[in-house]
Design a protein around this ligand. Sequence first.
Ligand SMILES: [Zn+2]
Length: 415
Amino acid sequence: MDSQQVLLLGLGIEAPWKLVDQHLDTDKQPHELHLEIRAGRGAKYACPVCGRECPAHDFQEKTWCHLNFFQHHCYVHASVPRVKCPEHGVKLAEVPWARKGSAFTLLFEQAALALAREMPVNAAARIIGITDKRLWRIIQHYVGQAVADFDLSNVKAVGLDETASKRGHNYVTVFIDMERRSEPVLFVTPGKGKETLKQFKGFLEDHQGRPEQIREVVCDMSPAFLSGIEAQLPNAQVTVDWFHIVQTFTRALDDVRKQESHIAPLPKHTRWAVLKNAIADHLTVNQLNALGDLLAQGFDTVTAWRVKERLKWIRQARTPRAARWRITRFINYASGLVGDSHLLEPVRKALQTLRTHAERVIRRWTSTYTNARMEGLNSLFQAARARARGYRNTETFITMIYMIASPAGSVLKSI
Ligand SMILES: [Zn+2]
């Protein structure tokens, strides 16, 4: 293998193209390696629209950033012909080493994607020596292409949840295939609520699916989602995930705690003492002491905590019938505990929510889909936020969710 072949390795250069010059620019730090590619005289080139072999009309000088060659930055230069097709007129020909419109060679892009799959994008960008904005553009191109090829014709059950790319900002709603263990994400769209169901329906129809084929939707109890599902997915039954029930009561508890702390100082360590799961999570001695103090002094926060902890009793029901009975008992018991305390209003609201959606909650006892999958979404969201840090907006956040949790991830591996 001579030196020319080494330089061309992986560049995908084929006739009529050949390497005509190479030189190392030692004035630059680090040194730059420049490769000059030309096509033979009188060569014909394919029209980018129809593929017909056509003569060159004129040439345009182009430069691509190629993989570093050892420590040297490497650039590829070529005069790219504009072909004159009798049918399509004058068009810029495509070159085999780069995709249309890209300032990087394909090999460079492959290396960039390989790194971006393994680490935060800003770290990958630093390693390959480009700005993270440019790396994002490469990633978005390939992810977008992979997503465009998704086939949703067999999807029967979806789970959906919303999250923010930053705390309280830029919501996105994520749809997953409840039947797929790995790479479950099907669709991610900006926003939250009713409109996102309409977007999903459109995406489904654009990807060989029909709204009628969706039989079950697993989601939280937000009225916006529920009315969206009713409007867009006519055959879907809604199952409310247990995870969201616990979340609803945990949030209510936290609201009570915050309100009460404005009125009276709560014992130290109260926050995590009440937010943790009293049995599954190990409470520290300080947290146990805080619970003891809360109980002894009869704070409303501890009443909200007792209601939340009691939820487990419902979940342990073995049959839908038992679950229905336990929900009724639970609501009566909790309403008694809450009484007419003004501070406990958030818990009263949570109970009302549970009452309204009881049948959808009970469906989880007959549904084949466990809520572990929905709970797993939260760690996925966290990972996507971390990987997109430094340059995070709705668009990059969505791209990252697709990259780490949708079939686009596998597609990118094979590019
Ligand atoms: Zn043509």
